[in-house]
Design a protein around this ligand. Structure first.
Ligand code: NAP
Length: 315
C-alpha cells in the first residue's frame, strides 16, 4: 500500500536508547506524525544532540504496555536479544495493518519479530547512523554515511521512506537488501566479538596479529554469506577490514561497552547468525564457532548476575 508522505500517522518507538531516542527525536522535530515513546523508565523530554546543537524534545512516553493503543508504525529499537521483552508492547501496538520496522543489527529481523507481531508486517532495517544515549535524558545522533537506514525496495520499504521524509534520517530502499545486511553483519561479526573478548576499543584492530585473525574470521563468514545469496566481492574480507580501520581507534563497539557495563549482549544476532547460517549450508566455521562459545559464556553469566541482583533487590 503506497502511503502519501502528507498523511499524518501514528508511530510508536519501542526502546529509547541511542537508536530509538535518535529516531523518536527526529520524527518529533519533523512534526509530521504523532509519536509515542515506549520505554522502561519514565521520561517526558530528551535533549537531542545533533550537528553540534542541543534541541529540547518533549515526548509522550509510556512505561506501561497496558496504556498503549494500536498504531500505524512501530519502530522496534531494542537490542536484538531484548526483543522478547518487548512482546507486551507489540501485543498492544500491533494490528494486521501495523508495520513494525526493526531497527536492529543482524540478518534475521523477520524471524525474530514476526512471531510477536500479531500479523503486522515486519520491515527489516539496516541502521547506519551512530546513536548514543549519553544520559537518561540526552541522546546524540551522528550521521556517518550517505544513508542512515536501508530497507528492502518493496511497498513497505517505500512507505517507510515516505514516513521518514523531512527528518535527518535518509532512507535507502535497496533491491539487494540481502547483500547489504550481510555486509553490515560482516563488520559487526568481527568488530564486536573481538573487541568484547579482549576488552579493548577499535585500536586493537591496528595490531598485526589481531588484524590477521580478524581476516580469517571474516573469510569464514564471507563464504557463509555467499552461500546465503549475498553478492560479495572477491576481496570482501579485506575490504571489510579496510572499512573497520576507518573507525577511530578510541571508539568502543556496543558489545565491548555492554561487556564493560556487565550487561548481556547481542551474541545470537551477530556471531550466532553466522554460525547458524553456516550450519544450514553445511559450511565449517571453527573460528566463528569458538567466538560464539566464548561470547555466550560471558553474556549468559552477565544475564545470570543481573537476574540475581534483581532477585536480591526484590527480596
Ligand atoms: N547505537 C548505534 O550507534 C547503533 C548503530 C547501528 C546499529 N545499532 C543497533 O541498533 C539496535 C539498538 O541499539 P542501541 O544502541 O540503541 O541500544 P541501546 O542504547 O541499548 O538501547 C536499547 C533501548 O531499548 C530499551 N529496552 C529494552 N527492552 C525494552 C523493553 N522491553 N521495553 C522498552 N524499552 C526496552 C532499553 O531500555 P533501558 O534503557 O531501560 O535499558 C534501551 O534504552 C541494536 O540492534 C544495535 O546493534 C546501534
Amino acid at each position: 500500500m503506497e502511503v502519501s508522505p502528507s498523511v499524518r500517522q501514528s508511530v510508536a518507538v519501542v526502546g529509547l536508547g541511542g537508536i530509538g531516542g535518535g529516531a523518536a527525536a527526529c520524527l518529533h522535530l519533523a512534526g509530521r506524525h504523532d509519536i509515542t515513546a515506549c520505554a522502561r523508565r519514565p521520561l517526558d523530554r530528551l535533549t537531542f544532540e545533533y550537528e553540534g546543537r542541543d534541541t529540547d524534545v518533549p515526548l509522550r512516553a509510556l512505561t506501561d504496555p497496558g496504556q498503549a493503543a494500536p498504531v500505524d508504525w512501530v519502530l522496534l529499537c531494542t537490542k536484538a536479544h531484548e526483543t522478547p521483552s518487548a512482546a507486551a508492547w507489540l501485543t498492544r501496538l500491533c494490528r494486521p495493518r501495523t508495520r513494525v520496522v526493526v531497527f536492529q543489527n543482524g540478518i534475521d529481523h523477520e524471524a525474530r519479530v514476526a512471531p510477536l507481531a500479531h500479523g503486522a508486517g515486519v520491515v527489516p532495517a539496516i541502521v547506519y547512523y551512530n546513536g548514543e544515549r549519553l544520559a537518561a535524558d540526552r541522546v546524540r545522533l551522528r550521521r556517518v554515511g550517505e544513508h542512515e537506514l536501508t530497507v528492502p525496495d518493496d511497498a513497505d520499504g517505500a512507505a517507510f521512506a515516505a514516513l521518514m521524509q523531512g527528518t535527518p534520517l535518509r532512507v535507502l530502499c535497496s533491491p539487494d537488501f540481502l547483500t547489504l545486511k550481510w555486509r553490515k553483519l560482516l563488520l559487526n561479526a568481527v568488530a564486536n566479538p573481538i573487541s568484547a573478548l579482549v576488552l579493548q576499543r577499535q585500536i586493537v584492530f591496528r595490531r598485526a596479529d589481531v588484524h590477521a585473525l580478524s581476516l580469517d574470521v571474516l573469510k569464514e563468514a564471507v563464504s557463509v554469506a555467499r552461500a546465503d545469496g549475498a553478492q560479495l566481492a572477491e576481496d570482501e574480507a579485506e575490504r571489510t577490514m579496510e572499512k573497520l580501520l576507518t573507525i577511530a581507534p578510541e571508539i568502543g563497539t556496543s558489545m565491548y561497552l555492554d561487556r564493560l557495563a556487565g550487561r548481556p549482549f547481542e551474541v545470537e544476532a551477530l556471531t550466532g547468525a553466522v554460525v547458524a547460517t553456516a550450519e544450514r549450508h553445511g559450511i565449517a566455521t571453527p573460528l566463528n564457532r569458538m567466538l560464539l562459545t566464548l561470547l555466550r559464556a560471558i553474556s549468559e553469566a552477565a544475564e545470570a548476575e543481573r537476574d540475581n541482583a534483581s532477585a536480591r533487590a526484590d527480596a
